[in-house]
Design a protein around this ligand. Structure first.
Ligand SMILES: [Zn+2]
Length: 226
């Protein structure tokens, strides 16, 4: 039986974000958190994009090299990343819909272990020709649990999913996902060429760049992991 979703529309700045939730879960208290998550994602991108430049700050360079696997030509890679992040920002800065998914949903749900949302057809994971799981397009999905318990990670997740939706960024399996603490990739082997197409590389870079600039990052009163 299909889930029944209710929706609320929240105004953030001059835009509207439609928030869909499973009915009867008493989650209206999540709306202020969603407002902070969206506002933070926009604010982080706005702050980080101009930092991607020829004479970038050493902390920004270090974060970039870490997330994008020491690209051969740092300036060229930063230029490419800036264009992609600008597109994500432009779209996140408009009106869009966000679906909060229940914690009991199956594979691909964006959860605390931070797997990207996988595209399922009839319950079967879909793969592209390289054998990588295809991430779902369409409405951005962020987990209820991560939104409630870890709004910083929910913000990282929103940027990750926005990268799938608006820039066709991909996932690259374990080597392309960071641990939920945003420390390191969960497996070795990602190349810089892959990183420049990898959703989590962008999302975690934005977080790490903000961290490098501002020392600590809090969303809705929570630091990452708490
Ligand atoms: Zn993903």
């Amino acid at each position: 039986m299909p889930r029944v979703y209710g929706s609320d529309t929240i105004s953030i700045g001059s835009t509207k974000v439609k928030v869909m939730q499973v009915l009867l879960q008493g989650q209206s208290k999540l709306l202020p958190i969603v407002t902070d998550v969206v506002t933070s994602a926009r604010g982080w991108l706005q702050a980080v994009i101009p930092e991607l430049r020829g004479n970038a700050d050493p902390g920004i360079k270090a974060a970039f090299n870490e997330c994008f696997m020491n690209p051969a030509d740092l300036n060229a890679a930063m230029n490419q990343a800036r264009t992609i992040l600008q597109t994500i920002y432009n779209n996140l800065n408009g009106s869009f819909a966000l679906k909060l998914l229940d914690a009991n949903d199956a594979v691909g749900y964006v959860n605390r272990s931070y797997k990207g949302r996988i595209h399922l057809v009839g319950g079967v994971i879909q793969y592209d020709k390289d054998g990588d799981p295809i991430s779902r397009r369409g409405t951005i999905h962020v987990g209820v649990q991560v939104t409630r318990e870890d709004p910083v990670l929910a913000t990282v997740t929103l940027i990750h999913e926005a990268g799938h939706k608006w820039v066709s960024l991909q996932d690259h399996g374990d080597k392309g996902y960071y641990w939920s603490e945003c420390t390191t990739y969960t497996a070795p082997g990602l190349t810089w060429q892959e990183a420049l197409k990898n959703a989590d590389s962008y999302a975690v870079f934005v977080y790490k760049a903000i961290l490098a600039k501002f020392k600590n990052v809090v969303v809705h009163g929570h630091a990452l992991g708490g």
